[in-house]
Design a protein around this ligand. Structure first.
Ligand code: GTP
Ligand code: MG
Length: 195
């Protein structure tokens, strides 16, 4: 999709604040600092529309970005962020779980992992959890610009193994720096959102 129009519609912490419309929603999930906001910016061709930061835990609400009046991207707060209190972490967790497990408009989740590392325990838990709820899932390995192209296959094997992925589960190598994988990610989104 060629994106010209995008608006941050709402930052929500509770279901009553979610958008009232019936547009399809695609959520981005992953550890703090993995690059969720950067992926959104890449998809909508903006340098810094969704707030990015080198400080983990910047995104703390569910942020709904309306794109071309056709769908919403939902920027989900990063999990596994240690610097907030335990109570705040539990509330984050609940907010995310409520959204992901009850939202009828949710057409798919993009789970981001760092291409350079083995998936963390949190990544594995999130992957299992999404599978349990039968939510269509795309794994995106981001920051791929930080590893040599010759190592991409190795990185994919490690991540697939770490997340216990079935061979037919979709996986895309991505970089917000070089835009590698952008078209493939859009293709998956358009298919899930039936655009
Ligand atoms: P939270 O909102 O804290 O959960 O983080 P986030 O997942 O939204 O991460 P964000 O997009 O803010 O990116 C975190 C840092 O990683 C920033 O400094 C980005 O510039 C950097 N980054 C994100 N994607 C890439 C990428 O593909 N390549 C490189 N080299 N850096 C990236
Ligand atoms: Mg963010």
């Amino acid at each position: 999709m060629e994106v010209h129009e995008v608006a941050l519609t709402i930052s929500a912490v509770a279901p009553k604040q979610y958008p009232k419309e019936d547009l399809p929603e695609i959520a981005l999930a992953g550890r703090s600092n993995v690059g969720k906001s950067s992926l959104i910016n890449t998809l909508i061709n903006r340098r810094s529309y969704a707030r990015t930061s080198s400080q983990p835990g910047k995104t703390q609400t569910l942020n709904f970005y309306k794109v071309e009046s056709q769908l919403y991207f939902v920027d989900v707060p990063g999990y596994g962020f240690a610097k907030v209190s335990k109570k705040a972490r539990e509330e984050f967790g609940q907010m995310i779980e409520t959204y992901l497990s009850t939202r009828r408009q949710l057409h798919g989740v993009i789970q981001l992992v760092d291409a350079r590392h083995d998936p963390s325990d949190d990544d594995v838990t999130m992957h299992e959890w999404l599978a349990y709820y039968d939510i269509p899932l795309l794994v995106v390995a981001t920051k791929s610009d930080k590893i040599a192209r010759g190592k991409w296959n190795q990185s994919e094997s490690r991540i697939r193994k770490g997340l216990n992925m079935q061979p037919d589960e979709p996986y895309i190598q991505f970089s917000a720096e070089t835009k590698t994988g952008k078209d493939a990610v859009w293709q998956w989104i358009e298919q899930q959102a039936e655009l």
